[in-house]
Design a protein around this ligand. Structure first.
Ligand code: NAD
Length: 256
């Protein structure tokens, strides 16, 4: 329970990786502010069962104004944010010449600019309290590209760069900023990509097999629970000199 007394804000935590991370943080004693759309009640119940205070704020991470309202809510209701996990993200797959402008703007806003906004708003409180952890859920696509993912790859490379800047600006404090770069994790975001490949592959099972075989040498998905454990490590004192890292958890994807 070494996170007792700390508050974590996990963006995009009503599903998938964010929910897995939120549960791990709550299980280690943190109070947790969830964010995201969809199955809010189920996510609140999943995190509440670990004890501690749990809340939800519905800010759209594409909106700087709503992000500001969420951070103000965190200050009012939780006394501030000690652990910021920037996880909200969306995907769109299309060749660059056909990439819809609206999807480009949405992906840059949600996957990249939101990280800038939450960070700039959470940092002053962390500095005042003399401790903080910022963990950005980037992707292997923050370190390498895949075709048809122009906006996502650009945004995630941006997140890795922003992580390094914030790590430098906080280097002489007890605030650290790092990125985690997962390979394939079987969440709704990836299931959509599997489903859209299913017809060409012949079945959903074949599409899932092909997706892993193409990029991820272990041929096994990374799990949200495994990513949650890494977030816990990055919140521990043992990690206090891990700064500006982009830590891949990818079944060997980037070793190729
Ligand atoms: P997911 O679709 O399961 O969850 C996304 C979460 O973000 C949900 O809670 C959703 O409500 C929320 N969200 C979406 N748009 C939002 C918005 N505008 N405002 C607020 N919340 C919003 O996806 P996931 O796979 O769990 O992805 C989480 C993060 O991990 C993303 O940043 C994604 O890029 C990254 N990632 C995923 C994988 C993977 O294989 N699944 C791999 C590498 C990185």
């Amino acid at each position: 329970m070494y996170l007792k007394g700390k508050t974590a804000l996990v963006t995009g935590s009503t599903s998938g990786i964010g929910l897995g991370i939120a549960e791990r943080l709550a299980a280690s004693g943190a109070d947790v502010l969830l964010n995201g759309f969809g199955e809010v009640e189920a996510a609140l119940a999943a995190v509440a069962k670990h004890g501690g205070k749990v809340g939800h704020h519905p800010a759209d991470m594409a909106s700087p104004e709503q992000i500001g309202e969420m951070l103000a809510y965190a200050q009012r209701e939780f006394g501030g944010v000690d652990i910021l996990v920037n996880n909200a993200g969306i995907q769109h797959v299309a060749p660059v010449e056909e990439f819809p402008l609206e999807r480009w703007d949405a992906i840059i806003a949600i996957n990249l600019s939101s990280v800038f906004h939450t960070t700039r708003l959470a940092l002053p409180g962390m500095r005042r309290r003399g401790w903080g952890r910022i963990v950005n859920i980037a992707s292997v696509h923050g370190l390498a590209a895949s075709a048809q993912k122009a906006a996502y790859v650009a945004a995630k490379h941006g997140v890795v760069g922003l992580t390094k800047v914030v790590a430098l600006e906080t280097a002489q404090s007890a605030i650290t900023c790092n990125a985690i770069c997962p390979g394939w994790v079987l969440t709704p975001l990836v299931q959509q990509q599997i489903d859209s490949r299913a017809e060409a592959a012949g079945s959903v099972e074949q599409a899932r097999h092909d997706l892993l075989a193409e990029k991820q040498p272990s041929r096994e998905f990374v799990t949200p629970e495994q990513l949650g454990e890494l977030v816990l490590f990055l919140c521990s004192e043992a990690s206090s000199q891990v700064r500006g890292a982009a830590w891949n958890v990818d079944g060997g994807w980037l070793a190729q």
